[in-house]
Design a protein around this ligand. Sequence first.
Ligand SMILES: Cc1cc2nc3c(=O)[nH]c(=O)nc-3n(C[C@H](O)[C@H](O)[C@H](O)COP(=O)(O)OP(=O)(O)OC[C@H]3O[C@@H](n4cnc5c(N)ncnc54)[C@H](O)[C@@H]3O)c2cc1C
Length: 494
Amino acid sequence: MTALWPQSIVIVGGGTAGWLAALILRDAARRAGRPVRITVIESSKIGTIGVGEGSTAVFRQMLRHLGIDELAFLRETGATIKYGIRHRDWRRLGHHYDGPIDDPRLVTRGAPLDGYAVANGLPVAQAHLFQHLIDGKKAPFAQVDGRLVPAGPYHFAYHFDQALAGAFLRKQAQDVTVIDDQVVRVETGEAGITALGLEAGGEVRADLFLDCTGFRRALIGALGATWVGYGDVLPVNRAMPFWLDIPEGEEIDPVTLAWAQKSGWMWKIPTQDRYGCGYVYSDAHLSPDQAQAEIEQALGHPIEPRNDIKINAGRLDRPWIGNCVALGLSSSFLEPLEATSIHGTIVQLLMLSAWLGDPTAGARYNQAVAQQVDDFRDFIRLHYVSERRDTVFWQDVSGSLPAQLQDRLTDWAGRLPQPQDFAPFPLGLPHVQDQLFTPVLDGLGLLPPQSGRAVVGPQSATLAQTHAALVAEYRAGAQRCLPHRGFLQSLRHG
Ligand SMILES: Cc1cc2nc3c(=O)[nH]c(=O)nc-3n(C[C@H](O)[C@H](O)[C@H](O)COP(=O)(O)OP(=O)(O)OC[C@H]3O[C@@H](n4cnc5c(N)ncnc54)[C@H](O)[C@@H]3O)c2cc1C
């Protein structure tokens, strides 16, 4: 275990995880007044995963934390705004619900508005600013006297092209040494890794090594980490990404579309220049050829698959072993629903930054990452609790749930989720809690009116007024905002 702040860090992997690691650790070292040499080893022969286009609000918070101008990010990467996820056909065919990512607790100071909505059969998302920005396809800013004025206090997220976002992050880290080579040998000792051997010859040594080599797990695998699989809980294991054009003049939806299909679901994520799409499915139920045919039928035109990605959902038992920490796809991956991957990496890096140098931190870190990813797993599994039984896939997923999720669903049939239902996450870092569960439970029809009535009680009249006022204010606020596509184009063309 590293007992002191490392003076040299070698990051193997130049995907999103590797560059986020370089930027966040460099920033942490600066803030702590610790001089550190950071080297990124990436292999142009291997390339990056080429998907990963939806973020969470944590990405925006991270840009701010690093002092990176978000408008420059949007302009240079062709990114778009994301307020949440539109879930289509999940509860039943022809039904949809939205999961906005703003946190109403910020403005309602705990008033049980969700309870009021559930008790009265209204969608909880209605009292979210982001629902109205989604409905109006608006940017998160109005223009007043030539200035951009934010629509509200909430952090939104982005959709982006993984390669362009990676290049942007890389550009921010100009003082980091970059080696284009492949690690072909990992030498280990008692403290972890002693040296890495490169294909071109030569060795690299460091105080701390980060394994950001994606699904290859080139470093942490050599230290004996084992994989905790979620295959028994999560039903999809294969992805077929493809792109679609955005028709000229079509407004860009500021929301990820997650469209349930016969044996999985399809994502549709807009960047400024194209839609990134993909079918994530269960290959126990469908071959790749059948998957392509099904999507072409759903869309009504042919597609050109860009890849065939096998997903082994799960996490490492110990992502931090000795002087090596695995991050990104090498540490865990579930499936792309709810964009937990890059979010998880950023949160892990913030934890790592806070705990580096503490000799007892490894065990705490590993426990926190296990909690984080296991909770993501349960949140994602919830999405498949559906009324659908129209295909073998949907019949199969109606089976058993993780015990904790099953218990929670039983509790939440009588009362709404509360912050106290979730174990605190270290350092107060963002984590899936009631504010994310509630819209999904509501959208799936898993919150009966009595679960709302339990929190509303005698305040019903006051809550009715507060709810109506908030919805009206948000609707009017959203109407004042700029059109989404026009706003993005104005950044590019001045
Ligand atoms: C189908 C799919 C959809 C996804 N959608 C989302 C999403 O919407 N939102 C989200 O947050 N996440 C998503 N993800 C996850 C997201 O893609 C990753 O979290 C993110 O891109 C980080 O990947 P990475 O950097 O860990 O790995 P990669 O992008 O695979 O990068 C690996 C790097 O390691 C290098 N490398 C590998 N082996 C060696 C070696 N031996 N020596 C030197 N270099 C080496 C490669 O050159 C490359 O630079 C998705 C993933 C999949 C599979």
